[in-house]
Design a protein around this ligand. Structure first.
Ligand code: MTE
Length: 319
């Protein structure tokens, strides 16, 4: 992956403290418990293909579990420092080149080793479970990290809908790909559609989030609208964006970066400060916007939740 340092971000892209605080206030203000609320801030039901559902549309959310109380990275950093190679390999390219990306209508096919395969409309997916806000650490394999208030619900909520069979051992994910809308993708040096995979128990883990929004709003296109994965104990490239297909399978599925450079990017790619990338150390990371590096935590700080998934596994071999 191409590497750019946080210091490359122009100051103009950093949200002022006031803007950031008012966003936080809004999210706290709409936090409610109970019923599934798929509504905008006026309480009107959101219908995805409508023009109202653009980046900036507010979502009602319930407060979810597992959130960190670390300082949240400013929205503008998270929305202007992206890896989304379909829209360019420079960090600031996706925000511009994905601006007109058509995210509606949108469907996600969930199929394979399941009793009830189904093609879900995005509106139907948003009604499966209450939308939760979860503030997760997100660690990129390149050495930078962010703290993001994502909005979504556990991926297992969607998978349970299709009733996986006992043959389902892994879950394969596929991103949308359209060379017409993504003309620069052909210069990216990796193949598309972007592919990722999880083991079945990882996919069913309550930390693994099916994500439709961030900072109280629907996802900006460059962050993977309308629907992406967020797997916070793994390096960022496992968190596949703009998903259109989910296939439950018996064998370990192909994954884009693992295919491109298998010695550098393993299938598991759990955040692990003790296993270096062949070309750089993974012991430390730099939070976007901060000067000093901090120590990277095992499983990105989620060891209490996920370490048991890997009990007895040699994490140097299965990196
Ligand atoms: N998904 C797709 N479809 N294409 C990509 O290039 N990049 C991955 C991941 N998901 C990528 C993707 C990488 S390398 C990272 S670090 C995260 O998205 C970045 O997510 P963010 O831009 O929201 O921080």
């Amino acid at each position: 992956m191409l590497i750019r340092r946080p210091s490359d971000i122009p100051y103009s892209e950093v949200t002022s403290k006031n803007v950031y605080l008012s966003r936080r206030k809004f999210v706290a203000g709409v936090a409610v418990t109970g019923a599934a609320l798929i509504a905008d801030r006026l309480g009107r039901e959101i219908v995805w293909p409508s023009l109202r559902v653009q980046a900036g549309t507010k979502l009602n959310v319930v407060r979810g579990p597992f959130s960190t109380d670390e300082k949240i990275t400013p929205f503008d950093d998270v929305a202007h420092y992206n890896n989304f190679y379909e829209f360019g390999t420079d960090k600031e390219q996706p925000a511009t080149l994905a601006r007109n990306f058509r995210t509606s209508p949108w469907t996600v096919a969930v199929e394979g080793e399941v009793k009830k395969p189904k093609v879900f409309d995005i509106n139907a997916i948003m009604k499966i479970a209450p939308l939760e806000e979860r503030i997760y650490r997100h660690r990129c394999v390149e050495g930078w990290s962010i703290v993001v208030p994502w909005i979504g619900f556990p991926l297992n909520g969607l998978l349970k809908q299709v009733e996986p069979t006992s043959k389902a051992k892994f879950v394969a994910f596929e991103s949308f790909y359209d060379p017409k809308q993504m003309p620069v993708a052909r210069f990216a040096g990796i193949s598309f559609p972007y592919l990722e995979g999880l083991r079945m128990d990882e996919a069913m883990h309550p930390l693994a989030l099916l994500c439709m929004g961030m900072y109280g709003e629907v996802l900006p296109n460059q962050n993977g609208a309308p629907l992406r994965l967020v797997v916070p104990w793994k390096y960022g490239f496992k968190s596949i964006k703009s998903v259109v297909k989910i296939r439950l399978v018996g064998r370990q599925p192909p994954a884009t970066w693992n295919l491109a450079a298998p010695r550098e990017y393993g299938f598991y790619s759990n955040v692990n400060p003790n296993v270096d990338h062949p070309r750089w150390s993974q012991a430390k990371e730099r939070r976007l916007g901060e000067f000093f590096k901090r120590k990277t935590l095992m499983f990105n700080g989620y060891a209490d939740q996920v370490a048991q998934l890997y009990a007895g596994m040699d994490l140097r071999k299965y990196f």
